[in-house]
Design a protein around this ligand. Structure first.
Ligand code: SF4
Ligand code: SF4
Ligand code: SF4
Ligand code: FES
Length: 981
């Protein structure tokens, strides 16, 4: 700590801290138009000039040193600030009263007021450009753009999509997309970073336009007239009077605009933000204070919410009668469900029923579902969709380090010297997490290795990218581990102090020679040695993996191999290291954490542990079943065998997302009684006997747990759409009809019970999670959480990790002469999972209307395929018809299908093979035959899809180019660049 003097008062500062941060912390108001703490100094606006040691300096780019004397209001500083702001105003018309950005947070408006500028010495200069409305979600108005460059910085260095730049050398600079394209045809991924940081109305969400203000919906001619009136009276009244008017209007808006914090409903990154609403209209999503994401979102979190107001939301319970559904009252439907459950239990025993929880719903809802299953019905037949993706990763971590969760935070990944990504298309599946890796790679020279079948964005950016043959990751991982151990490159100190089982593990590595690995994986020895060298030399290694690893018949073992590799290189127990299985759904971590599993009560407490059971039994006042129940995969088998008679599933599109979908559908139709609870009439509802209309996340309260074990609260944005109900209420209503007598009035009461029974969450309370506060489990009773999971040891009784010996088996469903192509599948940035929510977003559909199959240029040439050619894919299990997209993202005989389709779901083609340990389907092991159909349609991806854009990478906003302009002059006199970042 040092001390500095600001305007004559001594303040504490951290040596090297930005002056602007010290000034802001001291509560001193100073203009700072281009500064945003999450972007750092951009230095384009010059409005933050302060005087220090007789010279002017930009407070955002100057660092504090001991004894510094700073004047924010001296004559020199004030004159420079005003001059700088005056220049900004020459780019912007102040029509605040009729501006949709007049919501109390407009930087231009507020700076104008702060500096008390009454008149504009430099007149407004119009720019020779039209507004750009070509993106479905936002528009750019060059006339209002003050050229602060925040958007460019955010796009280049936070999102790292590298779409935006400013043509500083042009007589009329403006923001450019891909160097001069329309927004619609550019590489813009509609993540919204630029809009979220724009300090004025130059970039605006279209959902705000004409909706936020009281006068902003007026016809354009009327608005122009009003703007002219403002301009006309300004010379006489000054801006002060005009601003008073606009402030009154802004205050009026507060009465009708609500800002509610929520957590994203899509992927497992866990972005949180405020949602602005006016009645049921979503004005915008404003990310700012989220502990994970700050100003970041992806297109789904920023613009993917209108499905909540979709006209086809379910609002009435449905009962199947005579092969058709009819509407029913809630009482009738719930009575029927309870009666049928009771009858089935009485007739066939509790294990003839099964329950599937939703990884999209809240922790509290998963907790209640498993309580219904165990305490009310008496069965452990309880699972969630982590069975379809993440269970093998959890298993690999259980075996080696003890807890089934990411070993650190996303911030730890940023701090790594090397990030190794295996089987994860991170930029599309976990977009905001990927931005942190891209940023560290671009700005901090973090090293990046990617192992994947496809050359996706992260692969293109990687320092080293290689394509192992499908299903062989375990081989190269184990060979690299053996090579490190054999060549003295392992961390022996760490192994000695923290790890058991080295000798047995070493023995298991005997078959994994370099020679064996190169032959099996189709990789060169040089590549594998380079991987080993980079790992050994890195200052911290984080390994990120996802469904490309877990959805294999050896998913658990490959995940174990990853953890083994981290252990032998000492890459646990410190920041910038560790294991990061990237959780797919927003709450897939939380669903498992809260007991929606066949073998665990909440907090991974085993159902066969009498001590655990007796604790729950005492609290729930029941006898609990003690043997592991059926998982999702076994449930389908049990229906097939006639053992499972009734099922209750909520928020899960099982008939499309389970593998071998035809087989799954056939079996679901055999159930005696099937209850599906969802917000839409999903494909799975077709098999139901009762459909119950639920509420999406924006219509309820509760908590979600993200991939980094972060528990966050979501608040009710809208009341449940009339006729629908939050899942926790529905589950409670059913339980009570079965005699449970639950009396939860709010999810916080449910969580109080969870915390009291679950050591992992002992200190979790709604108070500790208020607003944007969060906790990363385990949470001790006093509220202490653990962002870094292992600090004092591993989660085993002796505190030591365990190397787990591995053996090899063959991938399933391999290609042969008939099924000669390997079919891979996964996520797309724009859509989520089967697409039930995202296909209801008009803008997303416009950009990405349909699914497709990616075909390599080689294969396309060989078979006469072009983008748009219809093909029929046939596997040993089913067939689909789909359009081809020719792309070099895939190679040779590899195909790739996004999983987002209701009409042509890829799972009609996948098998029923699973990972031996967890029963996670081997979705990524599928072989198909491709038949070219005579029809050729349009390319499945329209030209306006971002994949056809041409990014323009550069080092941020490049303000030095502005400073070189002949007409640029530093405001005030005597600016000294003391120290710039
Ligand atoms: S990708 Fe598009 S929306 Fe995202 S910051 Fe860049 S220009 Fe803005
Ligand atoms: S569009 Fe970009 S450069 Fe223009 S005002 Fe907004 S953030 Fe600044
Ligand atoms: S989908 Fe994932 S990355 Fe995108 S905003 Fe939501 S949580 Fe963040
Ligand atoms: S805030 Fe813009 S130059 Fe410092």
């Amino acid at each position: 700590m040092i001390t500095v003097t600001i305007d004559g008062v001594v303040h504490e500062a951290i040596g090297g801290e930005r002056l602007i941060d010290v000034i802001n912390r001291a509560g001193i108001n100073i203009s700072q138009v281009c500064y945003h703490p999450q972007l750092g100094p951009i230095q384009t606006c010059d409005t933050c000039m302060v005087e220090t040691n007789g010279h002017l300096a930009r407070a955002c780019a100057t660092t504090a040193s001991a004894g510094m004397e700073i004047f924010t209001k001296s004559e020199k500083a004030a004159a420079a600030q005003r001059e700088a702001f005056d220049r900004i105003l020459s780019n912007h018309v102040l029509y605040c009263t009729v501006c949709d950005n007049n919501n109390g947070n407009c930087t231009i408006h507020n700076t104008e007021k702060l500096l008390g500028i009454e008149h504009q010495p430099i007149p407004y200069q119009s720019k020779p450009y039209e507004e750009d409305h070509t993106n479905p979600f936002y528009r750019y108005d060059p006339q209002q753009c003050i050229l602060c460059g925040r958007c460019v910085e955010a796009c280049q260095n936070v999102q790292v999509n590298e779409t935006l730049s400013i043509n500083w050398e042009d007589p009329h600079p403006r923001v450019l997309w891909d160097g001069g394209s329309t927004i619609g045809e550019s590489s813009c991924v509609s993540c919204g970073h630029c809009i979220s940081v724009c300090p004025c109305n130059a970039l605006m969400e279209k959902s705000m336009l004409g909706h936020a203000g009281f006068f902003t919906a007026l016809p354009k001619t009327a608005l122009s007239g009003m703007i002219d009136v403002v301009k006309g009276v300004e010379p006489e009244t000054g801006y002060g009077a005009i601003l008073k008017l606009s402030e009154a209007e802004s205050h009026m808006r507060e009465l009708r605009i609500r800002r509610t914090k929520t957590v994203c409903t899509y992927c497992g990154v866990g972005c949180s933000f405020d949602i602005w609403t006016k009645d049921r209209h979503i004005l915008k999503v404003e990310p700012l204070d989220g502990p994970t994401n700050g100003i970041s979102t992806c297109v789904k979190g920023k613009f993917g919410w209108d499905f909540v107001n979709s006209a086809d939301r379910l609002t009435k319970p449905l009962i199947r009668e005579g092969g058709k559904f009819r509407e029913a009252s809630w009482d009738e439907a719930l009575d029927l469900v309870a009666r049928k459950f009771a009858e089935t239990k009485a007739k066939n025993g509790p294990d003839s029923l099964a329950f599937v929880s939703s990884s999209k719903c809240t922790n509290e809802e998963s907790y209640l579902m498993q309580k219904l299953s165990r305490a009310v019905i008496g069965t452990n037949n309880m699972d969630n969709c982590s069975r379809y993706c993440q269970a093998p990763a959890t298993q690999g971590l259980f075996r080696t380090v003890g807890y089934g969760g990411d070993s650190g935070s996303i911030r730890d990944i940023e701090n790594a010297g090397l990030v190794l990504i295996i089987g994860s298309n991170t930029a599309e599946s976990h977009p905001v997490l990927a931005t942190r890796v891209k940023r560290a790679h671009k700005l901090r020279h973090q090293k990046l290795i990617v192992a994947d079948l496809r050359e996706h964005e992260m692969a293109k950016r990687a320092d080293l990218f290689f394509r192992p043959k499908p299903g062989t990751d375990i081989v190269w991982l184990s060979a690299v581990s053996r090579y490190l151990l054999d060549n003295g490159m392992a961390d022996t100190t760490f192994l000695h102090q923290w790890v058991n089982g080295l000798e047995e593990y070493k023995k298991s590595l005997a078959p994994f020679t370099m020679e064996f690995a190169t032959r099996t994986c189709g990789l060169s020895e040089d590549i594998l040695k380079e991987v080993a060298r980079m790992i050994a030399e890195a200052n911290g290694v984080c390994i990120l993996w996802a469904m490309g690893v877990t959805q294999h018949s050896m998913g658990s073992d490959t995940s174990t191999a990853i953890s083994n590799l981290l252990l032998i290189t000492g890459n646990y127990m410190k920041t910038g290291s560790g294991a990061y299985p990237l959780r797919g759904h927003n709450n897939v971590q939380g669903a498992s954490d809260h007991g929606a599993m066949p073998n665990f009560l909440p907090g991974y407490q085993s159902v066969d542990d009498p001590e655990v059971r007796s604790r729950f039994e005492a609290n729930w006042n029941v006898q609990l079943p003690s043997t592991k129940g059926l998982d999702n995969h076994e449930m389908i088998e049990a229906i097939h065998q006639g053992k499972l008679k009734a099922m209750y599933l909520f928020g899960e599109e099982m008939s499309l997302v389970d593998s071998n979908a035809n087989f799954v559908g056939d079996n679901l139709s055999k159930l005696d009684f099937f209850v599906v609870q969802d917000i839409f009439f999903s494909a799975t509802c077709h098999f139901a006997d009762v459909v119950l209309p639920a509420s999406p996340s924006l219509e309820k309260e509760g908590t979600f747990t993200s991939t980094e074990r972060r528990i966050q609260r979501l608040y009710e944005v809208f009341e449940p759409l009339e006729g629908s109900r939050p899942d926790w209420r529905i589950i409670q209503d059913i339980a009570n009809r079965l005699g449970a007598k639950w009396q939860y009035r709010h999810p916080s009461e449910i969580y109080r019970e969870v915390a009291s029974l679950t050591p992992l969450f002992a200190g979790v309370t709604y108070e500790r999670l208020e607003g944007f506060k969060s906790l990363q489990w385990p949470v001790a009773a006093d509220g202490t959480d653990q962002p870094l999971l292992y600090t004092k040891g591993f989660a085993f009784p002796d505190g030591k990790a365990r190397l787990f010996p591995l053996a090899l088996s063959e991938p399933t469903d391999q290609p042969n002469a008939e099924f000669d192509l390997h079919l891979n599948n996964g996520r797309l940035l724009e859509h989520f999972h089967e697409g039930n929510m995202t296909y209801r977003i008009e803008g997303i559909r416009e950009k990405t209307p349909d699914t497709f199959v990616e075909v390599s240029p080689e294969l396309a040439k060989q078979r006469g395929i072009q983008s748009g050619t219809w093909v029929q894919l046939t596997s040993r299990y089913g067939q689909v018809r789909v359009r081809a997209l020719v792309t070099d993202r895939v190679q040779g005989k590899q195909l790739y299908m996004p999983m987002n389709s209701v009409e042509s779901p890829v799972n009609r083609l996948t098998s029923s093979y699973t990972d031996a340990v967890t029963h996670t389907p081997a979705y990524k092991e599928a072989s198909v035959h491709l038949r070219v159909l005579p029809e050729v349609g349009e390319s499945p991806l329209p030209r306006i899809n971002h994949r056809f854009g041409h990014p323009t990478p550069q080092h941020g906003v490049e303000v030095e180019r502005k400073w070189k302009r002949a007409d640029y002059r530093v405001p005030g006199n005597g600016l000294v660049q003391i120290q710039t970042n």
